[in-house]
Structures are given as C-alpha cells and as structure tokens.
Design a protein around this ligand. Structure first.
Ligand code: PXP
Length: 270
C-alpha cells in the first residue's frame, strides 16, 4: 500500500504525534493562561514532533475551543484533532479543517479514553462521520481496539486510517505482567497486519512510555512499551501524551520529545 507516495515499510520510523492535552490540564488546574498548550506545541515542533495531537473533550477538561483556533493559526505541522463522534464536534472539525482527525469514544466520567470505538455496533454513524470529514478535507482515523471485526468495519466505513488502542498493552507493561504484555503485543501485531492487508494506514497510541521512567526496582534496560510498538514495521504513527508530558517534568519537553523520537527510530532499526 502507498500513502503520499511512500510505502509504509520504507518509513524510517513511525511519525511522532505529540499530544499536548496535559499541558492544558496543568494550566486548567489554576484556571489561568499558564502553561500555554500552544507554546508547548510550538516547542514540540521545534523539538521534532511530526504531528501535534490534541483532544477537545465534550467537557473541555483540558484543551478548549480557543486553544484549537490558536493551534490552527500557529502550528506548521499537521494537527491531529481527536474528538468524539457528536454533531457538536463534527461541526467544530469542519470549521477548523485540521489535516488529521482521530475519532474516539468518549464517556464523561472516564479519566482517559478507556476503550476503542464500536464501529461494528455504530456502523452507520461512523460511515457518515468518515464521509463528512473527508468532504471537509481531513484525513480520518478511527481509534479502535485490535479486534479483527472492528478493523474490518473501519475499512468498510471508509476510514483511510485506524489507530489501535495500546492501553491494555501499556498497562501490562507498567504492571510488569510479561505474559499479558506478550499476548497484547501479539494481538496488536495481528491487528496491524490485518489493517495493512485491508489497505488501512495503521497508527497506535495510549499509555506508551520509556523504560527509564519505570519506578525504582524495575530495570531501565527492559524494552519500553514505545519500542515494542514502534518496532512493528507497519505502524505509521505513534500518538503519545501522558508519559511524554510526565517525562518532561524531569528532563524538559524538548529532551522528552527527542528521547521518544530516538526510541522509535532505534526500535525500527533494531
Ligand atoms: N491516542 C488517542 C486516540 C488518545 O485518545 C490518547 C489520549 O488522549 C492518546 C493517543 C495518548 O494517550 P496517552 O496520553 O496515554 O499517551
């Protein structure tokens, strides 16, 4: 399969989408203007982010509407706008016209995006959203679990891309559960393979981290969740937020981005 003239397997490493939501989380904790997620996004681009990712949630708990407008004005790399499949969000996306959109499930009470979309169960709605956003000029990705039925449904719904949810894999990695980690990795690998065979550009994200941020007592030399996923040759993009912004507390945002990018490149060439 080709995408923008490039065979996915020829890409040197997955592109890195830096999710800036949690800069806004810290800002909103005091209700003011600092730290500014747009400033973080500008620095992220300088530091090598390929894509700037953000999630405008229904409750606006982190990114707000005015941030979206400012990101659109300020950021030169593609924006990846994550949003729930609601009329309100689809209208904002049509108005914003980001290069990329990732449609996600959203439940008000959840701490983060806990599962993937049910494309099988909400097929018509997903198909309509894909058509509507493609007509607005955005490349659409559906955030789903690595479940063959959901992947096939995403292809039938007309999505050019899928993002496979790595939350369960990441949780197993943080917990040091080697057996679960291996089974989640195998499931992800099969999902990526199926995505490719259906002509879908396949991305991955959620919970990915680096090994030297593991708690004391765990070896920084064990493969990171980021490396395990980046090593899969047909993963075209990684979208990483929480552990990257968390790492930035200790090493700075510029260094954190450089570290995640280097990890992805190393994993792809190992
Ligand atoms: N991809 C999607 C679709 C997401 O919703 C999120 C969380 O906003 C991420 C990736 C990044 O997850 P994390 O913040 O755990 O790295």
């Amino acid at each position: 399969m080709t995408f923008s003239g490039t065979h996915l397997a020829d890409l040197q490493a997955p592109l890195l989408g830096v999710n800036i939501d949690h800069v806004a989380t810290v800002r909103n904790a005091r209700g003011g203007v600092f730290p500014d997620p747009v400033r973080a996004a500008l620095l992220a681009v300088e530091a090598g982010a390929d894509i700037v990712t953000f999630h405008l949630r229904e409750d606006r708990r982190h990114i707000r509407d005015e941030d979206v407008a400012r990101l659109k004005q300020a950021i030169a790399v593609p924006l990846n706008f994550e949003a729930a499949v609601t009329d309100e969000m689809l209208a904002i996306i049509e108005q914003t016209r980001p290069e990329h959109v990732c449609l996600v499930p959203e439940r008000r009470q959840e701490v983060t995006t806990e599962g993937g979309l049910d494309v099988v169960g909400q097929f018509g709605r997903m198909q309509d959203a894909c058509a509507r956003l493609a007509a607005a000029g955005s490349r659409v990705s559906l955030f789903i679990g690595a479940d063959p039925a959901q992947i096939e449904a995403a292809a039938r719904a007309g999505a050019p891309c899928i993002e496979l949810h790595t939350g369960a894999l990441a949780n197993a990695w943080w917990a040091g559960d080697a057996a679960l980690l291996q089974s989640e990795l195998a499931r992800l690998r099969e999902g990526v393979r199926l995505g490719r065979s259906l002509g879908l550009r396949t991305h991955a994200g959620h919970g990915l981290a680096l090994s030297d941020d593991l708690p004391d007592g765990r070896s920084p030399s064990e493969p990171s969740s980021t490396a395990l996923v980046a090593a899969l040759p047909d993963v075209g993009e990684l979208h990483i937020g929480h552990a990257l912004i968390g790492r930035a507390v200790f090493v700075g945002l510029r260094q954190a981005i450089a570290d995640f990018k280097a990890e992805a490149i190393r994993a792809r060439h190992a």
